[in-house]
Design a protein. Structure first.
Length: 166
């Protein structure tokens, strides 16, 4: 049964997250981003502790996307991201979360640990350019991406670079 209260709070928090990130992109200043991320991380940790991974069955499809977004942006707590990744994997296997969420969070955790990513979803800004982070087995990248419901690495790279130049 969908918990509308959790879904509504996820929507509010994801909206705040995205507004803050967009402002950061526009102005080049982080503003309240660290505080927002810390608050969202503490909240989503408590939700996961109480309910498990907040998948579509609990919070609907949009809420599941928003839960993943909050965990994705919990970079200041890599231990939590790693723990959440295990729960997300189980949710994906149960059909309660999309595989693309698993691909992105897997890469985020790997890159955060200083390891090459599997799916090529993570980029870094070197001050002048947007660069993909190192990838394990680049020859098998598009096959791995397709298995997770992602488009080709070239198409994703083009989309990322187009968004970066706006």
């Amino acid at each position: 049964m969908i918990r509308a209260d959790l879904a509504d709070e996820l929507h509010r928090r994801a909206d705040t997250d995205q507004r803050a990130r967009n402002l950061c992109i526009e102005t080049g200043e982080a503003g309240d981003l660290a505080r927002i991320d810390a608050d969202n991380t503490a909240w989503i940790k408590s939700v996961i502790a109480e309910h498990g991974w907040p998948g579509a069955a609990l919070v609907g499809d949009q809420g599941a996307d928003e839960a993943w977004l909050l965990v994705q942006h919990a970079d200041r707590d890599p231990e939590f991201q790693s723990q959440a990744l295990k729960q997300l994997k189980s949710a994906v296997e149960a059909g309660d979360a999309p595989a693309r969420h698993l691909a992105y969070l897997t890469d985020r955790v790997l890159v955060g640990a200083g390891k090459p990513q599997l799916y090529g979803t993570q980029y870094a800004d070197d001050g002048n350019n947007l660069l993909p982070q190192p990838v394990q087995d680049p020859e098998g990248l598009d096959e791995r991406r397709a298995a997770m419901g992602l488009d080709t690495a070239a198409a994703y790279d083009q989309r990322m670079r187009t968004a970066y130049t706006r």
